[in-house]
Design a protein around this ligand. Structure first.
Ligand code: C2E
Ligand code: MG
Ligand code: MG
Ligand code: MG
Length: 276
């Protein structure tokens, strides 16, 4: 009896696994050429300065409208793009489009100097020459380097720290700001700041979520702000969903913030509305 159950169990799992693999393979196929077919687009989430709630920039977030399944979660399809290598094609397209949009904002709203912040995946950092790509995109779109921020996750900088450091140094020398995304979730976050030169850290929204209820999260957030400032690094809070969170972050000296309370990711059209 047990033997049979064990056998069935094994068969069930391998079939479930096959299905998961199959789903990923199908998603990868669908994702191929999605940009060219117009299924991929950028949403922009406004970033504000805490002190006076001035709009200072926008994070570009990739969206995929699948022709049959509708909107696919970025956490799912970005992972597929990263694993399959498709991100090496899509990433540069995102960078180009975000910089072109940001340059258009500057043309249409004179005096407007909001930055655009672009997420770059570990694979893009490892393969290809990101600094050369950024240089090329800035010169073809006309966007000043100060108008571009690059967001990297902690996992992207782990491992090849020497190479990554020199790459980031090239970007920063050109005037592009580099931020460490989802800060605090990695297990060795603080020690990285010594070896990897960055201009800012984005405190992960899991810390911000409980900052009003959990004294430990408030203590950690406060410590990150103090530590970053002592290193001359800008602090951005992600996932601000309540006014109280905004208030406590401003009180603790956090520099910038984004989140649903301040503004959801929106179409480029709607973001232009904020600028106007
Ligand atoms: P991320 O870079 O940490 O982006 C912030 C995520 O938090 C976004 O999710 C955003 O919609 C969400 N968010 C913003 N404010 C709030 C809030 O107040 N509450 C909550 N609960 N969530 C909030 P999204 O758009 O689903 O993106 C997920 C992740 O996918 C991003 O995390 C980023 O790592 C990745 N991603 C998105 N676009 C790109 C891209 O163009 N390239 C790469 N490599 N990764 C991307
Ligand atoms: Mg980000
Ligand atoms: Mg983040
Ligand atoms: Mg995140």
């Amino acid at each position: 009896q047990a033997k049979v159950a064990g056998k069935n169990c094994h068969r069930f799992y391998s079939r479930a696994m096959d299905q998961a693999v199959e789903r990923r393979v199908r998603m990868e196929q669908d994702l191929r050429g999605a940009w060219e077919r117009g299924e991929l687009s950028l949403a922009y989430q406004p970033v504000y300065r805490l002190q006076d709630r001035r709009l200072v920039g926008a994070e570009a977030l990739l969206r995929w409208q699948h022709p049959e399944h509708g909107a696919v979660a970025p956490s799912v399809f970005i992972d597929v793009a990263e694993q399959s290598g498709l991100i090496e094609t899509i990433g540069p397209q995102v960078l180009r489009a975000a910089c072109a949009d940001a340059m258009q904002w500057r043309r249409d709203f004179p005096g407007c100097d909001v930055f655009v912040s672009v997420n770059v995946s570990p694979r893009q950092l490892r393969n290809g020459d990101l600094a050369a790509l950024v240089d090329h995109v800035l010169s073809t779109t006309g966007l000043p380097a100060a108008g571009l921020h690059i967001e990297l996750t902690e996992t992207a900088v782990i491992g090849d720290e020497v190479r990554v450091s020199s790459l980031l140094a090239r970007l920063r020398d050109a005037g592009v700001k580099v931020w460490l995304d989802d800060f605090g979730t990695g297990f060795s976050g603080l020690s990285h700041l010594r070896r990897v030169p960055v201009d800012g850290v984005k405190i992960d929204r899991s810390f911000i979520a409980d900052v009003l209820r959990d004294p430990d999260d408030l203590a950690l957030t406060t410590a990150i702000i103090a530590m970053a400032h002592s290193l001359g690094i800008t602090v951005v809070a992600e996932g601000v969903e309540k006014e109280g969170q905004y208030d406590v972050l401003r009180e603790r000296g956090c520099d910038l913030a984004q989140g649903y309370w301040l503004g959801h990711p929106m179409t480029g059209q709607d973001f232009r509305g904020l600028l106007g």
